[in-house]
Write a protein that binds this ligand. Structure first.
Ligand code: H79
Length: 450
């Protein structure tokens, strides 16, 4: 009898705990839920800022350096550490930076917590090569930015160079045929002695834990250059992040075939994708501050990129490179202001929309939102028709409502066999991109995914 009782007790314990396990799993956040705010956000600010920013790209007469300064100028670690000591960005003002991002219509910021130089831009207890112990600046800019983001309602996210670290003796890089291509061979010349796992255990993983423990909610852990990090090593980092902050999004550069979304660097893909993706881009030709680089993209190019990316279902992560004093360059601020002015009027064509059901149009781009079974189309016109007639080829659904955003001017709609023709005022309401809002019956079949 007792045996049977024990058996039942055991059964209840095992079964009960399995149920508890299921309950825990059912409260787990799904990838779709995790990505929800990010997919609606569409637009974020990338910030490349570190010890290297002081040089403004110039070292021994060469002016083309930036965030890779230590590597490209071949600076020995001890000299770079001495240079780090002079880093004192007295004009840094988290409130101003976050305001600039917010006024541009950006919903998140991604700031370099540690670039390839291995210098932590926060108060790390793990490693002394950081802004408190290794520089003159006795403040933690990441803490100030995290707090300011919380105040102003932006998501705080961090960049972390995973597979490259020029301060650590154990960080090998490269691939077959190009061994050690991004390693610090000046201070640590014997590549074969480097053990990646030792670097991960001693520095990278403990620092990732610090960032996820001491800075409130992290929106995205934005990893870069996993280099020789294996899928298993990357997965272990993913597991650690999931454990500490289940809501934190992880980009694809945490390891091979891993992460919540893919990244395009300095380019926009040709076609749309339903899987989450992001394009990160500079405003001139450098990520970190380069005072000689005056090759700025125009505000028009940036606004067109934002619309183009949204029309393909992606996010735009646009970079600024603040100076060594902690100031976002005026040229960047000016462009962000122009983007903000456009978004203030036309933001509904960007936030919370999905990719175009028609692919690209010759005259511009399209985004959509399905509301109560009907579709709202946003047509962003880059090239305004000189004859005032704009064709939307392929649109077969009945048009229920139509208007120009930010204009009282009347437009007319004519349905043809091959699509819809819009009669527009002769002059574009916005020289960069004017948005026409069309509410059509039902959803649009035939998704043009390239
Ligand atoms: O953080 C930014 C870059 O520093 C980093 N990723 C972005 C987000 C990055 N790592 N590798 N790459 C980008 C691609 C390689 C760029 C190079 Fe070069 C251009 C290597 C050689 C020419 C940078 C510029 C290094 C030397 C000159």
């Amino acid at each position: 009898m007792r045996k049977i009782k024990n058996f039942i007790l055991l059964f209840v314990l095992v079964f009960g705990s399995a149920n508890a396990q299921n309950a825990a799993n059912s409260t787990e956040i799904s990838p779709e839920e995790r990505m929800e705010w990010w997919q609606d956000a569409r637009f974020g600010m990338f910030i490349h800022w570190g010890v290297y920013s002081q040089a403004g790209g110039e070292w021994n007469g060469e002016t083309n350096h930036a965030e890779w300064l230590q590597f490209t100028a071949k600076i020995p670690l001890q000299e770079y550490k001495a240079y780090a000591k002079t880093f004192n960005p007295v004009k840094f003002d988290a409130k101003e930076w976050v305001s600039i991002a917010k006024n541009a219509g950006m919903k998140y910021i991604v700031v370099t917590s540690k670039h390839h130089d291995g210098f932590a831009m926060y108060n790390s207890q793990v490693n002394d090569h950081n802004i408190i112990k290794g520089a003159s600046f006795q403040r933690d800019p990441l803490k100030e930015l995290a707090e300011e983001c919380k105040k102003q309602g932006l998501r705080f996210c961090v960049y972390y160079s995973l597979g490259r670290d020029w301060e650590d003796p154990d960080c090998p890089t490269g691939y077959a045929g190009n061994i050690a291509w991004r390693s610090n061979l000046i201070d640590y010349p014997i590549e074969k002695d480097k053990k990646l796992q030792r670097y991960l255990d001693r520095k990278a993983i403990p620092q990732i834990k610090e960032l996820l423990t001491d800075y409130g909610d992290i929106g995205v852990m934005w990893f870069d250059t996993y280099e020789l990090v294996s899928k298993q090593q990357g997965q272990k980092i993913v597991d650690i992040i999931r454990e500490l902050q289940p809501k934190c999004i992880i980009n694809s550069r945490v390891g091979p075939c891993l992460g919540d979304y893919t990244v395009n660097e300095q380019e926009v893909p040709e076609g749309a994708s339903i899987k989450p993706w992001e394009s990160c881009m500079t405003m001139n030709n450098h990520w970190g501050y380069n005072k000689a680089d005056n090759d700025w993209r125009t505000s028009e190019e940036l606004i067109h990129h934002l619309i183009d990316i949204a029309s393909k279902g992606g996010n735009f992560l646009l970079n600024v490179g603040p100076t060594g004093e902690g100031v976002i360059p005026a040229e960047s601020v000016e462009r962000l202001k122009a983007v903000g002015d456009w978004i203030n009027v036309n933001g509904e064509a960007i936030y919370g929309t999905t990719f175009s059901p028609f692919g690209k149009f010759d005259w511009g781009r399209c985004t959509q939102r399905v509301e109560n079974g009907n579709t709202v189309l946003y047509l962003s016109v880059f090239d305004w028709p000189t004859d005032g007639e704009l064709t939307v080829p392929g649109l077969q659904n009945k048009v229920l409502k139509y208007s120009l955003l930010d204009s009282d001017e009347k437009i007319a709609v004519k349905a043809l066999d091959h699509g819809v023709v819009l009669k527009l005022p002769r002059k574009a309401p916005d020289a960069i991109a004017s948005v026409i809002k069309l509410e059509v019956d039902g959803v649009i079949s035939g998704q043009f995914l390239e």
